[in-house]
Design a protein. Structure first.
Length: 162
């Protein structure tokens, strides 16, 4: 399901979004430092207010854009890294449920899916996994025997079992 190309693309987007969040803030902060130095050299009594406002503005901009723009992409990049390079395990069972509702797991939007690994229809043998929203549609149908490759409870690959 996940490829090295996905990994490279996610890393590239993470870098771009992080730069978008921090470069403008760094420029505004540098401007604040320059204005502070100029204000001190000219013995200005009011320049500190401008530099304080610019510093707060730069910090607020960086915090806001990192939180809503860069961090979600960083979380998804980490998710892809875990799916490709993390410790994976296989679980085989019958796909019994796929939730259409979204849930957030480690910063990644997912659908919950349930497989039954037992011989009988026993609820003790149910296993819960999370399937990435960006990898829809689900490649197998409900009721089929599937093999799920997962890291923690996040699905890395799903295929029909032999």
């Amino acid at each position: 399901m996940y490829t090295r190309q996905d990994q490279q693309q996610a890393a590239r987007q993470t870098r771009q979004r992080t730069l978008t969040a921090f470069v403008p803030a760094a420029v505004v902060f540098a401007l604040a430092v320059i204005l502070f130095i100029i204000g001190r050299a000219n013995r200005s009594e009011h320049m500190w207010k401008v530099t304080a406002a610019l510093t707060v503005l730069a910090g607020a901009y960086a915090t806001f854009f990192y939180g809503v723009y860069a961090k979600p992409m960083r979380d998804y990049r980490n998710h892809i890294n875990y799916m490709l390079d993390g410790r994976l395990r296989e679980t085989t069972g019958y796909l019994i449920d796929f939730s259409e509702n979204l849930s957030e797991r480690n910063g990644v939007d997912c659908h919950a899916l349930m497989i039954n690994v037992g011989e009988k229809d026993d609820r003790e043998d149910d296993r819960l996994f999370y399937y990435d929203v960006k990898k829809l549609p689900l490649p197998v149908e409900l009721g089929k025997k599937v093999t799920i490759v997962s890291n923690d409870r996040m699905v890395s690959d799903i295929r029909e079992a032999e």
